[in-house]
Design a protein around this ligand. Structure first.
Ligand SMILES: Cc1cc2nc3c(=O)[nH]c(=O)nc-3n(C[C@H](O)[C@H](O)[C@H](O)COP(=O)(O)O)c2cc1C
Length: 354
């Protein structure tokens, strides 16, 4: 039997197959970040996956990065997510929530009135963000967090993990890529701090490690995963030695008895992120980026006790698991409806077999 369809245990998560739906921001929640029945339908349609990692979701209002991005901070958000997790569980699936604090990737045109944009250091991110109220806008100039405030945000991550469990999620994943808050702490270009959260690689990794550790204390470390992407420069991120920094992060994360490490291929040829993860974290990997029906099996042969995640193929193929199993053709997705409200380009893709 193909390895893709073999069961796999990652910490406390028992996957029925090794096909993971990667997290994808789709901006379908309400303006207040509350998930609704449409989101439940979308995730429910994809419940055959061995594991769904639901889209990057803010743990507290300062962490919101995008319009109509869901949160896991308010009672209404918890209630909204419960409908989503019920829909996935009804299909016999598993679903974890990706916790994503945007840090300096934020705009007051998006967040609730009076909500600040904060970061490890007061450094403006280059680039612009789409807002519903004022079109394209530059990011806010962030305020540098006080040390005690950093500790409070760590606790917000623990509370987000508790809230996720209340909402029926099977676990959580910390988003530590793409230039959001944990990566802003991790990288030398965005972290100029002189307290215990800045300086050496160990100190820059401290924020992510403390979040993971506290999330593990809150809900059990076997239900907590970490997502990394060594070499990533998205959202104006830079690091003096991304490989070294990520090795440090992986080695420390390996001591926490986490469910898994979700590792994306490095965008630069000099870093082999999968090898790095195997060497410094161990097995229990979810490998990502560019997997196709053609190259999946080989990766699972090379990396034992691991799974593969697919993002873009899950957009147009709600029944991706069946399509991979039977060799059915894959449907391409429409870029124009990636982030637009409503069902079009979201729940409207049909299954190959009715
Ligand atoms: C529409 C879209 C939204 C995404 N949102 C997220 C996100 O919220 N969190 C995250 O970690 N990655 C996000 N990603 C990255 C994907 O999870 C994945 O790493 C990337 O698409 C490569 O995998 P693929 O080749 O299977 O598409 C997003 C990708 C797409 C296409």
């Amino acid at each position: 039997m193909s390895k893709l369809f073999q069961a796999l245990t990652l910490g406390d998560l028992h996957l029925k197959n090794r096909i993971v739906m990667a997290p994808m921001t789709r901006n379908r929640a309400s303006a207040e970040g509350v998930p609704d029945a449409l989101m439940a339908e979308y995730y429910g349609q994809r419940g055959d996956a061995g594991l769904i990692v639901a889209e990057g979701t803010w743990p507290s209002a300062t962490g919101q990065a995008y319009c109509r991005q869901p949160g896991i901070a308010t009672p209404a958000q918890i209630k909204g997510w419960q409908v989503v997790t019920d829909a996935v569980h009804a299909k016999g699936g598993l679903i974890v929530l990706q916790i994503m604090h945007g840090g300096r990737i934020g705009s007051h045109h998006i967040k609730a009135t009076g909500t600040e944009t904060v970061a490890p250091s007061a450094l403006l991110a280059a680039g612009q963000v789409v807002t519903d109220s004022a079109g394209m806008q530059p990011y806010d100039m962030p305020r540098a967090l006080e040390t005690q405030e950093v500790k409070a945000i760590v606790q917000e991550h623990a509370q987000a993990a508790r809230n996720a469990r209340l909402a029926g999620f099977d676990g959580v994943e910390l988003h530590c890529t793409s230039g959001y808050l944990p990566m802003q702490f991790l990288c030398s270009g965005t972290n100029l701090r002189t307290d215990e959260y800045g300086g050496s690689t160990t100190q820059r990794a401290r924020f992510a490690i403390e979040c993971l550790s506290e999330m593990g204390q809150a809900i059990g470390s076997g239900r907590v995963g970490l997502r990394v992407n060594p070499g990533n420069t998205f959202n104006d991120t830079s690091d003096e030695n991304s490989a070294k920094t990520h090795i440090e992060l992986m080695q420390q994360a390996a001591k926490l008895n986490l469910a898994y490490l979700h590792v994306m291929r490095a965008p630069v040829p000099e870093i082999d992120a999968f090898e790095m993860a195997q060497m410094h974290f161990g097995d229990r990997l979810i490998l990502n980026d560019g997997f196709t029906p053609e190259n999946s099996e080989e990766a699972l042969t090379q990396y034992a006790n691991s799974a593969l995640s697919y993002a873009r193929h899950f957009i147009g193929n709600p029944d991706l698991v069946q399509r991979l199993q039977h060799g059915y053709p894959l449907t391409r997705f429409d870029r124009k409806t990636l982030y637009t409200p409503g069902a079009a380009g979201y729940t409207s893709y049909a299954s190959h077999t009715p």
